[in-house]
Design a protein around this ligand. Structure first.
Ligand code: ATR
Length: 277
């Protein structure tokens, strides 16, 4: 019998990654024989670890913090969305031996918002907090949904203005500081800052949320993140964390590798139930 195709997630740290579990559930659900592991790979060892993985017969990798920019640089060919994001979370061995780099994060976010939560992005006023790599990856997929505007607010204002400028040819994107949000209202507020990691929320004015506004934190945890709690306090219609996005970006990677779309909702429901348990 042939050994199952090998995949893995590389990151640093990686111990708490849910990706091996998600891909094992997808594989079981779709009847695909594959082996998906997790490897702790610090940035300085990234190139050699990726080269060794593919030399030993590996078929595809996910790359997470802090390796997405390195994966972007490593890929021989890149999809347009990866090119725009300047970050890659999925590497796939091609038939000709080249390594394709793609980014399924933004796609995962949009799928979770629109399909799983029934949120309409067309015509909505979107606020994205943060102007780092996580923000960069979601702007183009959000713009494709035709929101009326995307405002990027960041602690370092110049970074928000610079990032907005990079996407200006794709739609209405404005960069500003948190202080500029006074007297503005939004239908969707996405936290793409690293502030959750330090247990804080960016300094946001009260009254930022329009009626029926949704808050979404790209981060997730077993407990509600501080930003999810902020959204609840501000009476958001929904205040969501990034668990659904995680499963959706994984499903898109699975499709890139295996050509089969797994069902995400049962996997999200299972992981959600497990963290509540
Ligand atoms: P990532 O790739 O995860 O986006 P990054 O490129 O380091 O990581 O960007 C982190 C983002 O979180 C930045 O927008 C950063 O703001 P600055 O550009 O001003 O540094 C933001 N950030 C980090 N800690 C924050 C905090 N405590 N409050 C507000 N913003 C924070």
């Amino acid at each position: 019998m042939m050994a199952p195709d090998r995949y893995a997630v590389f990151g640093h740290p990686i111990a708490h990654s849910k990706s091996p579990r998600i891909h094992a559930l997808f594989a079981g659900q779709t009847g695909q024989a594959l082996d998906y592991g997790a490897q702790d790979v610090p940035a300085e060892l990234f190139s050699s670890a990726v080269a060794a993985f593919f030399a030993e017969g590996g078929k595809g990798l996910n790359c997470t913090i802090p390796l997405k920019e390195l994966a972007w640089a490593y890929a021989d060919i890149k999809t347009e969305r990866a090119q725009l994001a300047k970050a890659v979370n999925t590497l796939a061995l091609q038939a000709d031996g080249r390594i394709l780099g793609d980014n399924t994060d933004g796609l995962g976010l949009v799928a979770d918002l629109t399909v799983n939560h029934g949120i309409r992005l067309a015509g909505s006023r979107v606020l994205v907090l943060g102007a780092g790599g996580a923000s960069r990856g979601i702007i183009a997929p959000l713009l494709e949904q035709a929101p009326s505007s995307i405002t990027l607010a960041n602690r370092t204002v110049d970074k928000a203005i610079g990032l907005a400028g990079e996407f200006a040819h794709k739609g209405a994107v404005i960069g500003c500081g948190f202080g500029d949000l006074e007297n503005q209202q939004f239908d969707l507020v996405i936290n793409a800052t690293a502030s959750s990691l330090s247990g804080s929320v960016p300094p946001l004015p009260d009254g930022l949320l329009a009626n029926n506004a949704v808050c979404y934190d790209l981060a997730y945890g077993n407990e509600p993140t501080v930003f999810v709690r902020w959204g609840q306090q501000q009476q958001a219609a929904k205040s969501l964390d990034g668990l659904g996005m995680l499963v959706e970006q994984a499903a898109a990677a699975f499709f890139i590798w295996r050509g089969i779309q797994p069902q995400t909702q049962p996997v999200i429901a299972l992981l959600d139930a497990e963290r509540g348990a």
